[in-house]
Design a protein around this ligand. Structure first.
Ligand SMILES: Nc1ncnc2c1ncn2[C@@H]1O[C@H](COP(=O)(O)OP(=O)(O)OP(=O)(O)O)[C@@H](O)[C@H]1O
Length: 374
């Protein structure tokens, strides 16, 4: 009887691993250490983990297959060694080592102006001289590219440190990427959770964000798998919650805050922004009409013990400027800057309030940790 390794392999093709019904060979469970010495054959079978319930039965089936398909004279009994794949220990790495502060911009409810606030704050911070990044993670309505006038922008790669990275689009001094660049706007919401999460992770970890003072993330409204992905991918320094004065919006903001404050997530709340706090007609800048209610956000902030970072008026120009691809805060960086313009002042004041809240948070609280997956 002449024995050779392929004969052994062919016999083992008949042994199925009960865990998935595929053969030991297809599962790459046969170690490349087959030894033949006369009639004596030895080799190793590799299992994922020592707790695998099929170790014994698989070894017995392999012995039987070799005797059945080659010859009963093969000396195989007790010659099969069992090995286990080494567990892959993931080192906790900081995916954005050059980023000092990561700020989530969130809302309990859609349509309250979260993206408008994120875009204007990012641009205001850049106008004040900070290095700023903005990630539009709102898979339900990625609106930041439109607000920056870069819809349909082609993404480029940049080679740094020996590999290719996605290069964020830079406009108004802000480095920006949007889930809208990689997912068709109308179908994003139909993506299976895992696909959207993976695309988002790529925009965080495979992009060359470089050194940033503030990395803002426009989160989807409410609570979703995407929130979980974000807190598992990044140590978020703090969250800004945007709400309108309506009771329904405030109730949802309260739920959002509870999620971030929960034991499992544990991300500090930097404060609440009350958007569309009142309506001021352009010809009468001193007048305020509280069309969505008055005082609700102030009360909620007090009750939950968080800052009310700013009250932003409802002004047609805020909407028009964003629709035209040049959010109101771009005026801060131009000679058109008008210190009496209430909406420009409101966003500038909000940017200052966020800088201050981050400073206080960094002094009073330990760094946030990514939420670990088990
Ligand atoms: N203070 C404001 N004054 C006037 N219009 C505003 C103001 N804030 C936001 N808007 C307008 O309201 C609409 C919704 O804003 P935006 O897209 O920022 O909301 P959102 O909370 O991000 O919504 P979604 O969660 O659905 O993405 C936009 O047309 C925007 O221009």
């Amino acid at each position: 009887m002449t024995l050779y390794p392929n004969l052994i392999i062919d016999a083992l093709r008949n042994v199925k691993y009960p865990g998935n019904g595929k053969s030991l060979v297809d599962n790459e469970m046969i170690e490349d250490d087959i030894r033949i010495d006369g009639n004596k054959v030895s080799f190793s079978i590799i299992f994922d983990k020592p707790t695998d319930p099929f170790v014994k039965s698989v070894v017995r089936s392999a012995e039987a297959a070799i005797k059945a398909y080659i010859s009963p004279d093969v000396d195989i009994k007790d010659n099969i060694a069992v090995k286990f794949r080494r567990p892959v220990v993931e080192k906790p790495v900081n995916p954005l080592p050059g980023v000092k502060n990561i700020i989530g911009i969130s809302s309990g409810k859609g349509g309250v102006g979260k993206s408008t606030v994120a875009a204007n704050v990012a641009i205001a911070l850049a106008a004040k001289g900070y290095k700023v990044g903005l990630l539009d993670a709102d898979i339900f309505g990625p609106s930041v590219p439109k607000m920056f006038g870069v819809e349909g922008e082609q993404l480029y790669m940049v080679n740094k440190e020996g590999r290719d990275w996605i290069e964020p689009v830079e406009k108004y001094g802000v480095k920006m990427l949007s889930i809208g660049f990689v997912v068709d706007k109308d179908s994003a919401v139909l993506w299976r959770g895992g696909m959207a999460s993976n695309a988002l992770k790529q925009l965080i970890t495979d992009a060359w964000w470089g050194d940033l003072d503030y990395f803002l993330i426009d989160m989807p409204p409410g609570t979703s798998d995407i929130h979980l992905t974000l807190v598992q991918t990044l140590p978020i320094t703090g969250v800004v919650v945007v709400s309108t004065p309506q009771q329904v919006a405030l109730a949802d903001a309260r739920k959002g805050i509870a999620m971030f404050r929960g034991d499992k997530v544990n991300v500090p709340i930097l404060g609440i922004v009350e958007n569309m706090a009142w309506f001021t007609p352009a010809p009468h800048p001193e007048e305020r009409y509280y069309i969505f209610g008055n005082g609700g956000a102030v009360k909620l902030a007090e009750e939950l013990g968080v800052n009310l970072l700013a009250q932003i008026p409802l002004v047609a120009d805020i909407c028009n400027d964003a629709d035209c691809g040049a959010p109101t805060s771009t005026l801060l960086a131009t000679s058109e800057a008008d210190s009496t313009n209430p909406e420009v002042k409101a966003f500038s004041g909000l940017a200052d309030a966020i800088v201050e809240a981050i400073e206080v948070r960094n002094i009073t609280l330990p760094p946030t940790h990514k939420v670990e997956t088990h």
